[in-house]
Design a protein around this ligand. Structure first.
Ligand SMILES: Nc1ncnc2c1ncn2[C@@H]1O[C@H](COP(=O)(O)OP(=O)(O)OP(=O)(O)O)[C@@H](O)[C@H]1O
Ligand SMILES: [Mg+2]
Length: 611
């Protein structure tokens, strides 16, 4: 069961190998330019100060020695009522240094926060732009939800790595060095050795045991996802459950997965307890050893009694950051993986790229030509076979043919969502491969087969073609697309929202919104991919009329299913299994009495009204 849920958090952690780890750390170099921005000297100063302050903060680990000194003085001084000034100043000094120690992380936050957040935003933006620049092929193969999750987690991982590597583990190691030096200088090397050994063993144990625990966590997360999926699926199928009186069956199934989660959670918690006990054992053994050493030295009169307090306080301070080491270890590992995934995304090469020095398309009148085009999406399945046609400027070409014959594919190739394998596609005599994608797409308006709208207002969706369009322009486009009256009839008019993917509008309404926004774009070349879904004849007529408005005086490619809609086209090609089977005007094709004529008479019989 477990392997079915593959995208849970620690499962990913399993993928990391030694070389993977190197690659993960290698990704840090992508971050450096953002953390050390060339064009922002102020940010560089902030970074330097943040490091300086952080380092300074580590010196506060020495504070307990002041307290130790105060105790020594107290022990030596004669019993009296007055507090010796030296003792008071040591105590005040101790308190002040601790105060500084508490303030320093805040100061660091103040200094670093803006740089860190800016770096995160920059990397997120870079990733987002890159994803938009990747090909349609890439997007059809990826789940969009997965992509946004990769960015989101990648960004969070950056923050995490800073916090834990730079400001937690790094400083702890610095503290250890400082403590060792002070121990060595004021007492003896033995103390330093014990402190170092304790921390090193602690580090090792935490890493090893956390690694061991990962499998329990993984299992727990997998069971959690499984229970969740089953519950959601069950609730989504509410009606079906009722139809079959299966409430008890569903409850039993839910209970079983929850039981699985319960067992896994118990194992995970028990293993955490084992880790915690082990950590406490290691640390306190170190503490006992070092205090025994100190007690012996105090007994011999080698060091003052205050040393006992100082040493135990220092050890406690050292322990504080170690306390969260297991958590930090796991999260750092996960963060490295998350970050790697995000950078892997940035490294995905673009399929369609502008040639070096590509010029902008010099659009004149919008003549379109396909020359012996062969095309396949996947190597072993040819889709277009030797397709050639010319659409003179301002004229219309209708493409008809059975479902799956490659009609929409022709439109995607003209728009350069894909590059052709051989042959060429020319717009006003220029190969689409030689001009910039921006300029090409600027000149082409596309009303796709399935229109998807942004989950925003109707106004936003129409104005998407030109965000600066005035209300007047928007309304003019809506009128031409035969949708203005409908929009006005809505309670909120142009401010009505269209719902997720535009699903609050009917198919016909959606398509007319799409036509309106294409009118607003005002392209030289127009591609209309007729929706297959049957519309009632009133809507159909209304859309046809809208289309006639848009296509007047523009080079137009119409992909049509109902032949009645294209009898006026200047030329018609009949596509069959990716090949042009017939080519001519409506009258010529009827005269040939081939595939087109057959389709025509078939449709005449089934829909006699729509002529
Ligand atoms: N991204 C893709 N990857 C692989 N195959 C694809 C892809 N897109 C389309 N195809 C295949 O290419 C063939 C032509 O598809 P296309 O969308 O051009 O058909 P169509 O003529 O527009 O059909 P319809 O009339 O149903 O819209 C189909 O068999 C389809 O399965
Ligand atoms: Mg199609």
């Amino acid at each position: 069961m477990r392997h079915r849920v593959s995208n849970t958090l620690p499962e990913d952690a399993q993928e990391s190998t030694e070389s993977g780890l190197r690659a993960q750390f290698g990704n840090l170099k992508f971050l450096l330019p953002h953390l050390w921005p060339k064009d922002r000297p102020g940010d560089r100063v902030r970074v330097v100060l943040a490091f300086f302050v952080t380092f300074l903060g580590q010196l506060t680990i020495a504070a307990p020695f002041l307290l130790g000194n105060a105790i020594d003085r107290l022990a030596e001084s004669d019993p009296g009522l007055v507090l010796p000034a030296s003792v008071a100043s040591f105590i005040i000094g101790y308190g002040l240094i601790r105060l500084v120690g508490a303030a320093i992380p805040q100061a660091r936050e103040f200094l670093f926060s803006r740089v860190g957040q800016r770096a995160q935003r920059k990397v997120a933006l870079e990733t987002f732009r890159h994803i938009h620049s990747l090909s349609l092929r890439f997007h059809l193969e990826r789940r969009t939800g997965g992509l946004s999750r990769i960015i989101e987690r990648g960004i969070r991982s950056i923050d995490f790595l800073f916090r834990f590597l730079l400001f937690n583990i790094g400083p702890t190691l610095v503290q250890l060095v400082i403590v060792s030096v002070i121990f060595g200088l004021t007492y003896s090397g033995a103390y330093a050795l014990v402190a170092i050994c304790t921390v090193v063993v602690y580090f090792w144990f935490t890493a090893a045991s956390t690694e061991w625990r990962l499998k329990f966590r993984r299992e727990m997360n997998a069971k959690d996802t499984e229970a969740n999926t089953k519950a959601v699926d069950s609730l989504l199928n509410y009606e079906t459950v009722k139809y079959f009186n299966n409430e008890d069956f569903e409850a039993e199934r839910y209970n079983r997965t929850m039981k699985g989660y319960q067992d896994a959670a118990v194992r995970s918690n028990v293993s955490l307890a084992v880790v915690n006990i082990g950590q406490a054992l290691i640390f306190n053994t170190g503490l006992i050893v070092i205090l025994l050493l100190a007690a012996k030295a105090v007994g011999r009169g080698e060091i003052g009694i205050g040393a006992i307090t100082a040493i135990s306080l220092v050890m406690m301070q050292l322990y504080q950051p170690l306390n969260i080491l297991g958590f930090a270890y796991r999260e750092i590992k996960q963060a490295l993986i998350d970050m790697e995934k995000m950078f892997d995304l940035i490294k995905v090469p673009k399929e369609i790229v502008d040639k070096p020095n590509a010029q902008a398309l010099n659009i004149q009148s919008g003549k379109v030509e396909f020359r012996n085009v062969n095309f396949h999406y996947e190597a072993d399945r040819q889709i277009l076979k030797d397709v050639s046609f010319v659409v003179p400027a301002g004229e219309s070409l209708a493409i008809v043919g059975p479902s799956g014959s490659g009609k929409s594919t022709i439109s995607r190739i003209l728009f350069r969502f894909y590059d052709v394998r051989d042959g060429s596609v020319l717009v006003d005599g220029q190969d689409v491969k030689d001009v910039t994608q921006d300029s090409l797409r600027q000149s082409i308006g596309m009303v796709p087969q399935d229109t998807v709208l942004f989950n925003d207002t109707i106004r936003y969706n129409i104005a998407y073609a030109n965000p600066e369009a005035s209300q007047q322009d928007i309304e003019r486009a809506a009128k031409l697309a035969n949708i203005h009256v409908f929009i006005e009839s809505l309670p909120n008019g142009y401010d009505s929202t269209v719902g997720e993917r535009g699903l609050k509008l009917s198919g016909g309404e959606k398509q007319r919104v799409a036509i309106a926004r294409t009118i607003l774009k005002n392209p030289t070349i127009l591609i209309l991919d007729e929706a297959t879904s049957a519309l009632d004849s009133a809507t159909e007529r209304s859309i046809q009329e809208a289309l006639r408005h848009v296509s007047a005086d523009r080079t137009t490619l119409v992909i049509a299913h109902r032949l009645s809609t294209i009898i006026d086209a200047n030329q018609i090609i009949v596509l069959n299994e990716g090949r042009i089977a017939e080519h001519g005007t409506h009258a010529e094709l009827l005269a040939i009495d081939g595939l087109y004529a057959e389709l025509w008479y078939q449709q005449q019989q089934s829909e006699p009204i729509t002529t």
